[in-house]
Design a protein. Sequence first.
Length: 512
Amino acid sequence: MHWADVIAVTVCFAVFVGVGTWWSRKSASTEAYFVANPSFPGWMTGLSMMASTISSITFITYPGSAYAGNWSRLVPGLMLPIGAVVAVCLLVPFYRSCNLVSAYEYLERRFGPWGRVFGCVMFAIASAARMGVVLFLLCLPLQIMTGWSPVATILVAGSVVTLYTATGGIQGVMSVDVLRSVMLLAGGLLAIAVVVLRVPGGAAEVFSVAKAAGKFDLTVSFDWSLARDTFLVLVINGVALQLHGFATDQTRIQRYCAARSLKAARIAVWIGGLGCIPIWALFMLVGTCLFVYYKAFPARLPAMVENDKILPYFILRELPPGLGGIVIAALFSAAFAIASNMNGGVTVLTSDIYRRHLVPGRDDAHYVRFARWASVAMGIMMIGMALTLTAVNLSQQTVLDVWFVIEAVTAGGLGGLVYLGLLSTRANSQGAVIGVAAGVAIVLWLALGAVNAIPAWLCPPLHPFLIGAIGNVVALLGGYLASYLFPPISGEKLAGLTWWTRRDQSGYDRGP
């Protein structure tokens, strides 16, 4: 790397760690550490929410997917406004009215301790999977840019992310998220600008060549098959994941509660929701531009460069010294989305398990200390998972496709349980157990079939992207129907626990 690039990366890391450390002085209580003593304006909370959904998964895999194929993998993201509408009208007012630090407190109130434990376990699994994938992806470009081994890149990046999450809590995470979102945009726009300036014919030629090659298409097929890569499959996958994410993702729920008022929280959802789509499209456009660039200059691209390494290779080989460092810094900033997931996982471990079941009755300082050590433990788990992923053979598909399957599998059941409790006054604990058990069993069955671990004739012909949607629907409908096998819950016990019996009809307002 050129010395100017090294300076840019070093400054980026110093700023991130410095901001996290500075905010640590304000994280003296568990509420401050986890929900930031609700004081953030809507625009800042929205930018943080948007940035928390964007990571090296966006920065690397979206360009790689668009370079290898078309824009079809943008379709699930286009379903995000559906989830945002549900969040604004239903989830944000309800969660704020419950005044919870963790979403899984609600599951315990509604269904009993097992609901809280199940939610914690599923969220921890999903968080660990996401953090491992993000860190693994960061390893790919760093191997090209620095010549380091995969082990070295994972250890260094994972350690730095763990450090500033452990020291700063949610305030440090949210503050850096805003900086990170700006750097992501700058990195993507810079890559596009270089392509447009260098390709003969400029933007018009880039668009013409890409359109002729079908690079802007949003689907591979418009038929009604649920077994193949069709538009319908991608739509169902997107709707299911967005509804699940807005209802169960602790990193989002933290931000609902971190906004200073109900109005600010709703603004944050719209900024975070609608803002993600143009950013995802931007990085799809980056991949499309790189396709045109290397079609115009084929001698510049060695045959062994994999699709998911196409943007890092371009950064390293084509951008001028200094400018390349800016994009590398943006890539590092994308990896810091890990901190949002890590902080959410630590919240669950501290509030839902450690304080609730293991060591109750201690002061806030004790739980903050535990939360910081829990961040270190999750960082170690993240690094271990990323090291494991380096052994996976991804030559036959892009990392984005692998990630969509992981999301679908880890989503199954939990979203259905949350919506069952929130929307139905008839649902009870016994019925919910049956529904969740059925949903988890379906997810495991379909997941084993997707990896050919059981005979093909035992599995229905369904695309793996649908696993999460099916698991959540089975948990929701199965739990609702099974609840009729048991006595209903009295109205007094449901007070404040469903949308229809909530105490505050307008949502809890935490300030002006």
